[in-house]
Design a protein. Structure first.
Length: 436
């Protein structure tokens, strides 16, 4: 692919650094250089090699590639005629990137001594090289300034996605960095939107829970305490405790399917529906049938809620309850042993009228009930083993004579220890009642 003499000189003079090169010096450059052809895919320069020559790219296309432990990244694509590797050759530096032929290439290899000698005779070459280098540095500084500003805005949560449009046509030297930055910024923006949604869901969830159980007019007939620890991806756990009349206390613990804002909104609807239904009919079964029908009819997304719902008569200790697809609670008897109730029933919202696991027990003084969601028993240790019902029963048995607050806090603390710092994938909710 050798060019004839006149064509060769004309091609070289199209390179800005050599545009004003005198014929004599141009002839010396050609005479002292080695003409080499490279097939497509061949390496002209290896990254980290000594920079002992420059390349006058006459014909063909090359790509400049940075080779890192993460893999090769194309920094620029260059077509001839062009001068490559001149800064490394003039300064005696090692190559900072490799150069690969994208098409068949014809080039002159100019050794360092020849290049330095020609530059001494024609200082304009150095001026051209420095000018191009200055322009490159200016473009790099401008681009890096944009990225630095973008990173600062991301850090302050003030990132404007419009900045990505400014970075859509980066200079070749930062093209891959620009693409990575755009992906990074979009990911951060998406995560922040998710975080904001989760914050909204957490606020909804917390706002619906009873704020002060100590204010209930229990008249020292029972002890009651409840708590919920939301997961990072907010779920739909809830609990409710309220007086139905002077003697009857409603106990409700539920878990809505799904996560985030939809779950928290359906949780709000479920709690509101249960309260409305309980006020309309004080009996257990009509309350659940009315609530389930209302949820089913206003439920286009087919969400549902598992539920434990009980009405405790504080005078007699009788607890009428329903387990609607929910984890069966544990009951503490007079000997201090905790026994698990049978499971049963269907969740609310699946059918117009569900089949609920209705039953009743009587709690004597000192006896009580512990109600929880599956975030407790389905918590996992570092090996992926679930906490489970047996572990929960053992933890409850260890809390002899504990108040409801200490009982709930002991279970939650034990679940935390069991998880050993692992991610909490679901809300954890516990409610305890002990008769006095």
């Amino acid at each position: 692919m050798l060019l004839h003499e006149e064509g060769l000189r004309h091609t070289i003079r199209q390179i800005p650094a050599f545009s004003a090169l005198p014929d004599l010096i141009l002839g010396e450059l050609v005479a002292q250089s080695r003409n080499v052809d490279f097939p497509a895919g061949e390496r002209l320069v290896q990254q980290s090699d000594a920079g002992d020559f420059a390349i006058v790219l006459l014909v063909g296309d090359v790509c400049v590639v940075n080779e890192s432990p993460l893999g090769p990244e194309v920094l620029a694509e260059i077509s001839g005629p062009a001068l490559l590797g001149e800064i490394g050759a003039l300064a005696g530096l090692r190559r900072t990137a490799s150069i690969l032929a994208r098409s068949p290439v014809s080039a002159l290899l100019v050794d360092r001594e020849t290049l330095l000698r020609i530059c001494r005779h024609v200082p304009e070459i150095m001026q051209s090289v420095v000018g191009q280098l200055g322009g490159l540095i200016e473009n790099m500084n401008r681009a890096l300034g944009l990225y630095a500003g973008g990173l600062a805005a991301l850090e302050k949560d003030e990132f404007d996605p419009a900045i990505l449009d400014t970075l859509s046509n980066p200079i070749p030297q930062v093209r891959n960095f620009s693409a990575a930055f755009r992906r990074f910024a979009k990911h951060i923006a998406q995560e922040r939107r998710k975080r904001d949604e989760m914050s909204s869901a957490a606020l909804i969830q917390r706002a619906m829970l009873p704020q002060n159980l100590d204010a209930l007019p229990l008249h020292d007939r029972c002890d009651v305490f409840a708590n919920m620890k939301p997961a990072r991806a907010i779920g739909g756990d809830f609990y409710d405790v309220f007086m139905l009349d002077d003697n009857r206390l409603v106990l409700a613990v539920g878990d809505v399917c799904g996560k985030g804002v939809p779950a928290s909104l359906f949780m709000t609807v479920t709690m509101t529906t249960l309260r409305l239904a309980s006020r309309a009919d004080l009996a257990l079964l009509p309350t659940l049938e009315r609530a389930s029908t209302m949820l089913y009819e206003q439920n286009p997304t087919m969400m549902f809620a598992t539920l434990f719902y009980g009405i405790l008569d504080l005078a007699s200790g009788r607890l009428d309850y329903a387990i609607c697809g929910h984890n069966p609670p544990f009951v503490r008897r007079s000997d201090g042993q905790w026994l698990q109730l049978p499971s049963g029933g269907t969740p609310l919202g699946i059918t117009p009228v569900g089949r609920f696991g209705l039953d009743s027990i009587v709690l004597a003084p000192g006896e009580g009930i512990f109600i929880y969601t599956d975030g407790v028993t389905e918590s996992i240790d570092p090996l992926g083993v679930e906490y489970g019902d047996e572990k929960l029963a053992s933890t409850l048995d260890d809390q002899v004579g504990s108040s409801c607050r200490h009982l709930v806090e002991a279970v939650m603390a034990d679940v935390d220890r069991y998880a050993a710092g692992g991610d909490q994938f679901d809300d954890i909710t516990c409610l305890a009642v002990i008769m006095k």
